[in-house]
Write a protein that binds this ligand. Structure first.
Ligand code: HBI
Ligand code: FE
Length: 297
């Protein structure tokens, strides 16, 4: 039995900064579904209701369809076994529980084998919009709807395979930018207008409106090498979003030979997150108002 008043990070995972040995070789743990408290289910409900109201207007059709086809409900944090059943039938993926961020090689190995690692803990009610580590709302609500999409699910598996390779070549920082600007913060054109497919946006109440509706950020047509030369912000809304013409573009990305590309990246520029380049296919040029106000300009 576990003490009932323990905070969820400790109960559902490792404490922050805990140097304990991994719970298993691939860091998977039991979700511990029956030990979520009513307060934890209530946090899920708040987040779930906000996003399900907002996203039909802001997210791409594939996201909304995925969301509706999964056994997700407002009242309860989902049980990974039920999610995995549906996902397995649709795209051959399963969800495995992890205590939070796992080492890069462990993360890639899961993805390469069509297992999506999901944090089992949920954020605190006083930190609804701030996350240090991916929790069950980000991982499940943000990522799993797109894992129902065959092209996206193949792309994420290919990223896992490519990640192991990039690591051995010392090119992980460059490859991680591709993941960031697609899987986490990607937009895709639908009827000529950008819509959300990235999990980092879809799981954020504030950024989901910012990314689609604010005049501040740049929205730039996706280009692989351009993206892999572009730094990103982890502490605030993005200054630029990269926009696919279609989710099918990810199909080609899964087949790219990255080695010549990594070689080209060894020379030539890196770009700051807010830059717009002469060769960019600009969909909407941002006025930068949000980030200039933040910088006190
Ligand atoms: N672990 N659980 C988890 N989730 C992630 O998104 C994650 C991770 N470990 C490493 C990692 N992401 C990345 O930094 C790689 O994509 C480079
Ligand atoms: Fe994520």
């Amino acid at each position: 039995g576990e003490p009932l008043n323990q905070p969820s990070r400790e109960k559902h995972g490792l404490a922050a900064g805990d140097a304990a040995a991994p719970p298993s070789p691939n860091w998977t743990i039991d979700q511990g579904w029956s030990s979520y408290t009513e307060a934890e289910h209530a946090v899920w409900k708040t987040l779930f209701e906000r996003q399900t109201r907002l996203l039909p207007e802001l997210a791409c059709a594939a996201f909304v369809q995925g969301m509706r086809a999964l056994p997700l409900e407002a009242d309860r944090i989902p049980d990974f076994r039920r999610l995995s059943d549906v996902l397995m039938r649709k795209t051959g993926w399963q969800i495995v529980a992890v205590p939070g961020l796992v080492p890069d090689d462990v993360f890639f190995d899961h993805l390469a084998n069509r297992r999506f690692p999901s944090g089992n803990f949920i954020r605190k009610p006083d930190e609804l919009d701030y996350l240090e580590e991916p929790d069950v709302f980000h991982d499940v609500f943000g990522h799993v709807p797109m894992l129902m999409h065959p092209v996206m699910s193949d792309f994420i598996q290919a990223y896992g395979q490519g990640g192991l390779r990039a690591q051995s070549l010392g090119k992980l920082p460059q490859l991680a930018r591709l993941y960031w600007y697609t899987v986490e913060f990607g937009l895709v054109l639908e009827n000529g207008a950008p819509r959300i497919y990235g999990a980092g946006i879809a799981s954020s109440f504030t950024e989901s409106r910012f990314a689609v509706q604010s005049p501040s950020p740049n929205r730039i047509g996706f280009d692989l090498e351009r993206v892999m030369r572009t730094n990103y912000r982890i502490d605030d809304f993005q200054e630029s979003y990269f926009v696919l013409d279609s989710l099918d573009d990810l199909l080609h990305l899964a087949d790219v030979d990255f080695e010549p590309l990594y070689q080209r990246l060894d020379t030539g520029p890196e770009y700051a997150p807010g830059m717009v380049l002469p060769q960019d296919r600009v969909i909407q040029r941002g006025d930068g108002s949000y980030h200039s106000a933040r910088r006190g300009e």
